[in-house]
Design a protein around this ligand. Structure first.
Ligand SMILES: [Zn+2]
Length: 207
């Protein structure tokens, strides 16, 4: 099997996993992976990730040119391309996962300083003010936030963007973010989570 055929199959497997988790409801959200040094594979516009086929994925150059004639890539391709400029990024997920989206819609960032595992694995979550999906302004905003070394970004009133070293790394981060956002919402009903001190955060070594 060629590298590209294998990559198309693998990306579709992640579409199914993320859809199954409820992170890509309806036809929303989009995911991509680096194919080679010059191009990426991304999900098409307006297609359910439960049903998308390997042949429907779109190959796009890093400069934004569609390399599969007649196919329409996600309207949020620009935002993905901004993320691939970050060294070490080989997979990018844009998700509408419900707990993280609840924070985005409440226009509150997800503060990872309430749990050691969240702070250690996700770092500080970046926050992009509301801008229309697919707009040049959103592309510029995300480019700047990634330059500031954020690997997880909350998009106000919209969703999340997760950068990974590979598809599995992005999946683990997205899954952790969603679970952690749910814990924060639950902790609120118990009077609110307790923030770790600067000293406690400085002593973290994973685990
Ligand atoms: Zn979106």
């Amino acid at each position: 099997m060629s590298c590209e055929r294998k990559a198309r199959k693998t990306l579709v497997q992640y579409c199914r996993r993320l859809y199954g988790k409820g992170y890509l409801p309806g036809v929303d959200g989009n995911i991509s992976m680096r194919l080679d040094e010059k191009s990426i594979l991304i999900t098409p516009s307006g297609v359910s990730k439960e049903l998308v086929k390997p042949s429907e994925l779109v190959r796009v150059s890093l400069s934004g040119q569609t390399m599969d004639n007649g196919k329409k890539p996600s309207i949020e391709t620009n935002m993905h391309l901004a993320a691939f400029n970050h060294s070490g990024t080989n997979a990018v997920f844009h998700l509408h996962s419900p707990n993280a989206c609840a924070f985005a819609m409440a226009r509150k960032n997800i503060d990872t300083r309430y749990a050691p595992f969240a702070y250690y694995h996700l770092g500080e979550v970046g926050y992009a003010p509301y801008l229309p999906a697919g707009s040049e302004k959103l592309h510029k905003e995300v480019t700047q936030i990634i330059k500031d070394k954020h690997i997880v970004i909350l998009l106000e009133s919209h969703g999340v963007l997760v950068l990974g070293a590979d598809l599995q790394d992005a999946f683990v981060k997205a899954d952790l973010l969603e679970s952690y956002a749910g814990m924060l919402i639950k902790a609120d009903s118990l009077g609110g989570a307790h923030m770790l001190s600067d000293k406690e955060l400085a002593e973290l070594h994973g685990g």
